[in-house]
Every structure is written in structure tokens, then in C-alpha cells.
Design a protein around this ligand. Structure first.
Ligand SMILES: *Cc1c(COP(=O)(O)O)cnc(C)c1O
Length: 384
């Protein structure tokens, strides 16, 4: 499977399993963060980030900054929100709520468009909300990792541009970038924030984000200063531009090892057309979802068109407790995650199928996980 020491396969919605080459890049010998070799590697990584977002717009700007996915929320709040600015949050669960809480810290006046657990807000109600009030930003959680609900971005962004062209379209892509299609320029998105440890398949520790020229202009034309030092995009922008132009530059020390690992992960992700990567994630996701339904189980995301392709949230039978099943799976060499949506938390488990576990044909872990799930349920007395 890999040259790593034997371990249970980590099939949670991030961190995910690592490819050997990515992990080996973490062991890179020490180098100066302003030395020519690292500057070249960081610059190349930023350029590959543009490709990951299928973007060629020179006014758009990638940022790779030490931190977890949550730092992306702070970057949006600190830079795009001034006290009292209105934000429309499309609520699909735990992570949409977290994003909203973060925006409130920076003074946002948040309005939610809600949906029942396991579904997503629909275009007509979102449009009605946009017509009722001027919103500076609209946020959408592309895949809400608490429910496995996938939100549609293409028609949504078109509708927002027609209904409220001033509104910036902000995407939490932490659990979608590199496993769900994102065409940043074509769809007219204004910011996507993500992290290294989910479908990108790099160890945790990097916040990766992408901002449109329009979003950058919005930061530059603020009336009040950005109330964060580390998350201020204007502090990072010249640094990112210099690195991409292969010029050394310093604001705060990047992690050379993590950037090296991201460089390797992105090279792998971009070694074949992205469309093939997305199609492979869909194919494996379809297989997992079919196995789940063959076991007589339901998914949290009810409608097929709302189901993510990098994870599956599975309702357990009434007779089976997650706290009993998860340790059995772990003994069988498979790590799944428990529930985190507060309304249904004990009733479901989450199976992440992203990155190398999906893309590497020599890795048996997805099939093993399906078999282990079946065996574990049987052991707990659930008969298919
Ligand atoms: C994981 C996740 C986050 C938070 O990322 P951290 O790296 O844990 O800070 C935010 N949004 C979504 C959709 C996520 O899946």
C-alpha cells in the first residue's frame, strides 16, 4: 500500500491519508525561507494554486499562509467585513454556523438562509433574500463536512451576479477543493478558502485561499483598518507576489517543509487533467453510496444532487451506537469520524473518501472500509 509503518487507514473528512512522496517532502532538510531554492518552490506552489482553481485571471491572488482552515474564515472576516456590513450565510450545518460566528467577531450583521438538516437552501429563497436587502458578501459552504451536503456553485453565482452584482461570493471550500470542481474565473467567484489536510492531501497546517481582483479592491478601499495583523491580506499580498516572481520576501516565516509537501501534493493533483480527478472522486463516491444503500442505511444528505463526492455521512441503524461501532472499525484498520451536527450528532458517522485513497489504484483502503463497515454492523447485531 505504501512504505509507511502499518496503521489504520484514516478515512475521516480530513486529515486524510498521505501519499509517500508528500510525506517525504515534509522531511526536507532545513533551508532558509528566503533562500533561492525555497523561494522557487514556494513560487511554483502559488502558480499551481491558480491552476487548482482553474484560474488564469492575473488580478486574482493566491495566498498560502501557516494556519488551519479556520484561518480562512478569519481572513474573510478581517478583510472583507467592516462593522455593520451585512453577510448572507447559506446554512448547511456546523461549518456554515462556524463561519457565521467568525464573521460576527468582525462586526458582520449576519442573516441566514436555513435548510432542513441534510439539505441546502434553494435558489428562489436565496434570491428573495438578496432582493430584500443589500448584502456585502454571501457565503456558501461548498461541502458542509458535518452533513456531507454539497452546494451548487455555478447557478448560484450566476443568480447572485444577476440579482445583486455588488455582493461578493465567498466559498468555504475546505472540504471540496481538489475533489469537487471549482472554476473560479468562469463562475465569477470572489474568494475560496481551503486548507492543506483535506482533499489536497497534505499534512495539516496551511491555509490556502484565492481572492478575485474585485475582492482585493474591496480590501484596499476599506474605510476602517483591518483589525488583524497576521490575517491582513494586504500584509501578505506583496509577499505572495514576490515569491511567485521568485523574489525573496518576508512578513512572517512560512513553513518550508509544509510548503514543500504542498508543492508535491499539487504536482500530483495536476499531473492529470482535473476533470479526471473529479470524475474519479465521483466514481468512488458512487460506489460507497451504493454500498451504504445496499446495507439498508440512509445518508444524511437526502437528495442525490446534494451529496458530496469526497465524503459520505451515514445514519446508523437505531440499534447501533457510533460509540460502539467506531472502535470496532478502528480495530479492523479503518478510522471513520463520528457526527458533529448538533441536531443529529449521535445518530450518524462520517466516511471520508478523498485524495490518495481514491486516486491510487494500489490502495485497497476504500474497499476494506466498506467490508469493515458491513462486518462491524453484523458484529453489533444488525442484519442486512
Ligand atoms: C475542516 C473544515 C473547516 C475547518 O478547518 P480546520 O482546518 O479544522 O480549521 C472549515 N470548513 C469546512 C467545510 C471544513 O470541512
Amino acid at each position: 500500500m505504501s512504505s509507511q509503518p502499518p496503521h489504520a487507514a484514516v478515512l475521516i473528512p480530513g486529515p486524510i491519508e498521505f501519499d509517500d512522496a508528500v510525506l517525504q517532502s515534509m522531511g526536507h532538510y532545513s533551508e532558509s525561507h528566503v533562500g533561492p531554492a525555497f523561494v522557487a518552490a514556494f513560487g511554483e506552489t502559488l502558480t499551481m494554486t491558480r491552476q487548482l482553481f482553474q484560474s488564469t485571471d492575473p488580478s486574482a491572488q493566491p495566498f498560502i499562509v501557516s494556519g488551519s482552515g479556520t484561518l480562512g474564515w478569519d481572513m474573510i472576516g478581517a478583510n472583507l467585513i467592516e462593522k455593520g456590513d451585512s453577510a448572507l450565510v447559506l446554512n448547511t450545518g456546523y461549518f456554515s454556523n462556524g463561519f457565521a460566528d467568525c464573521l460576527k467577531v468582525y462586526g458582520a450583521d449576519v442573516t441566514f438562509v436555513n435548510a432542513p438538516v441534510g439539505s441546502r437552501p434553494q435558489l428562489p429563497e436565496i434570491q428573495a433574500a438578496l432582493k430584500g436587502k443589500n448584502y456585502k458578501i454571501i457565503t456558501v459552504t461548498h461541502v458542509d463536512t458535518s452533513t456531507g451536503v454539497l452546494s451548487e456553485l455555478k447557478n448560484l453565482s450566476r443568480m447572485v451576479q444577476e440579482t445583486s452584482p455588488e455582493t461578493l461570493i465567498i466559498v468555504d471550500g475546505v472540504c471540496s477543493v481538489a475533489c469537487e470542481e471549482i472554476a473560479f474565473d468562469e463562475w465569477g467567484l470572489d474568494a475560496v478558502v481551503t486548507a492543506s489536510q483535506k482533499a489536497i492531501g497534505c499534512p495539516a497546517g496551511l491555509s490556502i485561499s484565492y481572492f478575485s481582483g474585485k475582492a482585493i479592491e474591496t480590501v484596499k478601499s476599506r474605510k476602517t483598518p483591518v483589525a488583524s495583523y497576521f490575517a491582513n491580506l494586504l500584509n501578505w499580498m506583496p509577499i505572495m507576489q514576490n515569491y511567485e516572481n521568485k523574489k525573496p520576501s518576508y512578513f512572517a516565516t512560512p513553513s518550508p517543509q509544509l510548503v514543500r509537501a504542498l508543492n508535491t501534493a499539487l504536482k500530483q493533483a495536476l499531473s492529470t487533467p482535473l476533470s479526471e480527478r473529479f470524475a474519479k472522486h465521483k466514481e468512488v463516491s458512487d460506489k460507497v453510496k451504493e454500498a451504504v444503500s445496499d446495507l439498508g442505511l440512509k445518508q444524511v444528505a437526502g437528495n442525490v444532487e446534494d451529496q458530496a463526492h469526497g465524503m459520505t455521512a451515514i445514519y446508523l441503524p437505531d440499534s447501533v451506537k457510533a460509540t460502539e461501532l467506531l472502535p470496532i472499525l478502528s480495530k479492523a484498520g479503518v478510522v471513520f469520524a463520528g457526527g458533529i451536527h448538533k441536531e443529529i450528532q449521535p445518530k450518524y458517522i462520517r466516511f471520508g473518501h478523498m485524495g490518495v485513497s481514491v486516486m491510487d489504484p494500489n490502495r485497497p483502503e476504500i474497499d476494506n472500509a466498506i467490508a469493515a463497515l458491513k462486518a462491524g454492523l453484523t458484529q453489533l447485531g444488525y442484519l442486512v
